[in-house]
Design a protein around this ligand. Sequence first.
Ligand SMILES: Cc1cc2nc3c(=O)[nH]c(=O)nc-3n(C[C@H](O)[C@H](O)[C@H](O)COP(=O)(O)O)c2cc1C
Ligand SMILES: [Mn+2]
Length: 484
Amino acid sequence: MSYKDLREFIEQLDAIGELTRVDGVDWNEEAGAVFALSKGSVLMDRFPGYPPGYRLLACPILHQKKIEGPAVFFLATNWSTEQRGMGLTRAWLERLREFKPVPPRVVKTGPIMQNVATGSKVNVLKFPVPKWHEDDGGRFIGTAGIQIVRDPETNRVNFGTYRMQVHDKASLGIHMSDGKDGDIIMHKYFKQGKPCPFVGVFGCDPALLLAGGGRTTHVEGDSEYDFAGWLRGMPEEVIIGKYTGIPIPANAEIAIEGEIRPGDTLPEGPFGEGSGYSEVRDFPVVRVKAVYHRNDPIMTGQMPLAYPPGRGDLKDNFQYSALIWDQMEKTGVREIKGVACYFGNRLIVVSIRNSFAGHSRQAGLIASQCHTGNYQGNWVIVVDERIDPTCLNDVMWQIVMRTDAKRAIQVLDYLWASHQSFFDPSRAFAKADYPMMPSKAVYRSGAIIDACVPIEQDPSWHRDVRISPALRDRVMKKFPGIRS
Ligand SMILES: Cc1cc2nc3c(=O)[nH]c(=O)nc-3n(C[C@H](O)[C@H](O)[C@H](O)COP(=O)(O)O)c2cc1C
Ligand SMILES: [Mn+2]
């Protein structure tokens, strides 16, 4: 079962009992709290001060913390498996390997053009844009949307999901972390002294959201559009934007065209992030030239939640895990048996059949440095094959019982970080007595815990203490009253 657009997807969510509907929520703090406190996806309507039908779908497609099982993911990807745990990651990895680009199809017009506003009529606050968290510095749109640019050197169309703060009705802050494709492309325009043409889509189908926010890699030439089309099982229909020449999803709900001018920045934030509030910094501004939307538009959005997880099982992010596994194999790491990511990918656990001296270290270094692992991949743990990375209890046992700290831990420095990193070297550099660009000084250290038993260690030393299957069977038969 696929879906043509967000509206069809919402019907499908409803049919499997994954949708809550709430009316009369205030955009100011209430929408965020309603999403955070409710199960799964929430469709909000009748915001005070807004016409009925101007809706918000808060949908945790890429938000593992709020997801009990993968049902919504299966719906969004038009795919499913009975597998769970490491089996689910492996199944998704196999599915990813079937990827064939499904490029978008250009159409003349579509529902997104039902309402068009340009010039002085532009007003992004005609939608009930939420102030998500109590201490956010303003209202944020595009927290689950796609933001599209075109590489001026290769013409490749790129999109990602980046939050946008509403500064005023025609100005939006754009928060692209250093090193994201979107950020790199924007700076190519700036180096040429040109503004960067920009399209923001603030309500769209989940295939686009998964392609945009999923930290996918793309081989040269492919666009996230090709991935979204493949995920959905049919090409995205797109309209070429009048002001930017950028393809806009024809069946999306809300979109804007605009540009980012070199040197045009405004203070952005704070915003509640996965790691806590990210504080105020100067970020580029999109000056909006046109707003398009369907009748009764549905914004898509979501708010990150962050606090210590408590006693429940920590859920692994199988989407990132499969990507890292794939990228590790593509660089030639042998005998990978499992990958599990936690807290996004801030903790990555890899299991391997340790096959030569140096193998476990290679696996750890590549996991920490491949594209999807690199960004915020603060901690990497490598364990032996018999440890299931989706079971953190066993992973901890391996570290505590089977490693020598001095040998196991390798600290790495000057790694890819984000503006939401807890430790921020730019603060230390602010006092430097030579010219600095503090906003560029976003990097971090990281560590690998190589918890594999060293290959040269004789396995007969400290053999596992276990009850053999034969003894177990004998005793269970003889004393059936005991609990197993
Ligand atoms: C809900 C959601 C919100 C996100 N917000 C941001 C953001 O504000 N800034 C950012 O740099 N990345 C954000 N990301 C991550 C990027 O969307 C992701 O890394 C994407 O792959 C970047 O694409 P790019 O490398 O093509 O630029 C978000 C991801 C999700 C799922
Ligand atoms: Mn990209």
